[in-house]
Design a binder for this molecule. Sequence first.
Ligand code: OGA
Ligand code: MN
Length: 289
Amino acid sequence: MAGKGWCMALVVKPIKGTFVGEVDPIDLRSVDDGTLAELKAAWNRYQILVFKGQKMDEPDLVTFSQRFGDLEIHVRTEYLSREHPEILYVSNMKDETGRAIGILSQGEVGWHYDQIYLPRPALGSFLLAHTLPKDRGETSFADMSLAYEQLPQGTKAVIEGRKAVQSYEAFNSAYSVPTDKKQTKKTPDVEHPIVRTHPMTGRKALYICPGMTTQIVGLPEGESRAVLDELFDWTVKPEFVYTHKWQAGDGVMWDNACTMHRREPFDENQQRLMKRTTILPPADLAVPY
Ligand code: OGA
Ligand code: MN
């Protein structure tokens, strides 16, 4: 006999071929081990999982996320939940003292991979919609595995074996606020392979993004810029992109080894609060290759 929790086979509705699966119905507060194994397989298959109508509080969010790996305490400690530092607030809301409680406010957030700027980037992120503006603030995701697979052979040859520079500072100056001294020291520019092999599936993906990738190592500046611009245009073609229109209670879990994302701006007079956990890979799979 099955114990407490969901014991039915997982129902996943594909949204865009094998990119994005909507999991329905499921209560993420009570997932049994068998269902968890199915969720992990579905996450690898679809890269992005969408869960509607969740009722998780902060401890539930932490407990569920931890079943996928250790959680990162984000470098922007001023935007962490006080009670649960594994949770990063993404928000334009302010506390009673007028201090911003979250990161990224209400402006446009350009295409980026979470944590591509770290030597050991995160495996995934789980974003839970708590408070939403009445419209806009959608989040789009790009399938960087398919984008790589469909690249012209000539372009694949140009980037083969090459690395690119990833800069958190470049992202912050365009879309966020600067890091403080201590945070800046923890996040110097890093180099990663442009074509990343997924640590779980072995599938290759383009590991670059307009918001954080500044330079292809070993190419002259002009050529590097031209190749990056070509790749950036290519990866955001509509056939590679899914746009999520949020409803309160939605949880979206994305794979940080093969998807990048961006956010639409929204009205500054409206409130938006999203709660994010960041899932680390196992230590032996932590460095991109
Ligand atoms: C993030 C992020 C976008 C959004 O949490 O990493 O980029 O929709 N969020 O708030
Ligand atoms: Mn992000």
